[in-house]
Design a protein around this ligand. Structure first.
Ligand code: 5AD
Ligand code: SF4
Length: 449
């Protein structure tokens, strides 16, 4: 009889929600194989870094982390213990074999398409002591082979509906690291959604690198878009809230806009990256939309759902960006009014078209532009939150807070809310009277029924 596996693993997740979702799937695969999680990296038999490649010097940071983990592996070896080191995620996908060449202590390099094979690959490295690099795109088998999770870590659960991107924005590595667009079928998504709800989820966040390009197999084998997927999922008993992220303006079709008007579970919040408010920059970024088209789209969305809260991503200091271009982005922000947003200094990603551009912008200028842009976005966020003061909003409570008796949840507009209450609110939706509004969060009290 085989002895049950009682090895421990330490998993660190960097970057976006897609990685958080993938880490949950890896956790599931490992749990099925008898692995137990540990927070103490120095006692782990298996260390996995689920990496992100979007940020500046992402790969360099991974290599410096790996240097420290190698020292730990050496120390454990002196005590007679083995450690398997695995690198997953987008740095793994982008760097491939380069990782084991630069850091031979790494045993396994695994791309997002191969996570369902994680336990098997770990076993192979342990048996053969070989470096294994699995970063091919074998197609669509990954999702179907990974079982849905039996438990959810939060009442707000991620459901990956689409992966990859065919848009090829000139700054972005995603089309290279995550490959071509692939959408999961309605049938598999309905099954996984039901399992998530049965496990306690109240909200589903539909994930995809370019989620509104979703075109999965629907009833009778015909292809359905994101709007129809949302409508079908909304019919499942127990789904209280639905969100989706991240969208591309070009894929925001009339049906999806209409869904914002007529699907009550679809929350009035939309993350719709625009990146820049200058048509010259948008063209250089290969965004396939102009400022005016974005503003027009926002107008149509707000007609469908007047209280829609908007979020976006911005890049400052893209190669060739002038003061006027930067100013145009500020104008767009003023014209829209965002509830929240993410903003980044352009950082060159090897292999992307923009990285070879000659007009790279000096760091100080990027910093100045980012500061101005963030000051404006911060003001807008503070103003948006201030409007909640004195109102009563339904809050889905996701977890306990740091203080005893404190709970943390979100409004339909994705604002964080802190509430002190008796009993256990986690997983419940309750009306909260907002008594304090700060820039990044609200607090309040449970409103009397
Ligand atoms: N430099 C700066 N920001 C980037 N992003 C993607 N690639 C880069 C890059 N090379 C930002 C974009 C995208 C978000 C996820 O990360 O704004 O929407
Ligand atoms: Fe990257 Fe998003 Fe552009 Fe796709 S649409 S290339 S994921 S920035």
């Amino acid at each position: 009889m085989q002895r049950p596996n009682t090895k421990s693993y330490y998993l660190k997740t960097f970057g976006c929600q897609m990685n958080v979702y993938d880490s949950e799937r890896m956790t599931e695969a490992l749990a099925r194989d008898g692995y137990v999680a540990t927070d103490d990296i120095s006692s782990a038999d298996l260390v996995i870094l689920n990496t992100c490649h979007i940020r500046e010097k992402a790969a360099e940071k991974v290599y410096s982390d790996l240097g420290r983990i190698r020292d730990m592996k050496d120390a454990r070896k002196r005590d007679g213990k083995e450690t398997v080191i695995a690198v997953a995620g987008c740095v793994a996908q982008a760097e491939g074999r380069e990782i084991t060449t630069r850091q031979p202590a790494v045993d396994l390099v695994i791309g997002p398409q191969s996570y369902h094979r994680l336990p098997e690959l770990i076993e192979r490295t342990s048996n053969t002591r070989e470096h294994i690099v699995e970063t091919e795109f074998p197609g669509d088998e990954k999702f179907e082979q990974m079982k849905a999770p039996r438990r959810v870590s939060s009442p707000s659960a991620f459901l990956t509906v689409q992966e990859g991107c065919d848009k090829f924005c000139t700054f972005c590595v995603v089309p290279y690291t995550r490959g071509a667009e692939f959408s999961r079928s309605l049938a598999t998504l309905e099954t996984e959604a039901r399992e998530l709800i049965a496990a306690g989820a109240k909200e589903l966040v539909l994930l995809g690198q370019n989620v509104n390009a979703y075109h999965g197999e629907g009833p009778g084998g015909r292809s359905i878009g994101l709007a129809e997927l949302i409508r079908r999922l909304a019919d499942i008993e127990g789904i209280e809230r639905i969100r989706y992220t991240t969208s591309h303006p070009r894929d925001m079709d009339a049906d999806l806009i209409a869904a914002h008007a007529d699907v009550p579970q679809l929350m009035p919040f939309l993350h719709l990256p625009v990146q820049s408010g200058s048509d010259r920059m948008l063209a250089a970024m290969n965004r396939k939309h102009r400022t005016e088209e974005y503003l027009d789209l926002i107008g149509r969305l707000r007609s469908a759902r007047p209280d829609l809260a908007l979020s976006s991503d911005f890049i400052v200091g893209f190669p060739g960006e002038t003061d006027q271009d930067a100013e145009d982005t500020l104008s767009l922000i003023r014209a829209v009014g965002f509830a929240q947003a993410f903003s980044f200094k352009y950082s060159s990603r090897p292999g992307t078209p923009a990285s070879t551009h000659e007009d790279q912008i000096p760091e100080e200028i990027k910093s100045e532009r980012l500061q101005r842009l963030q000051a404006l976005l911060d003001d807008q966020q503070a103003e948006f939150n201030a409007q909640a003061f004195g109102t009563t909003v339904p809050v889905l409570f996701e977890r306990r807070g740091r203080q005893p008796g404190e709970f943390v949840g979100r409004t339909p507009y994705l604002q964080l809310v802190h509430v002190a209450a008796e009993g256990d609110l986690v997983g419940r939706i309750a009306d909260v009277a907002v008594t304090d509004a700060r820039r990044v969060s609200l607090s309040g009290v449970i409103a009397a029924a």
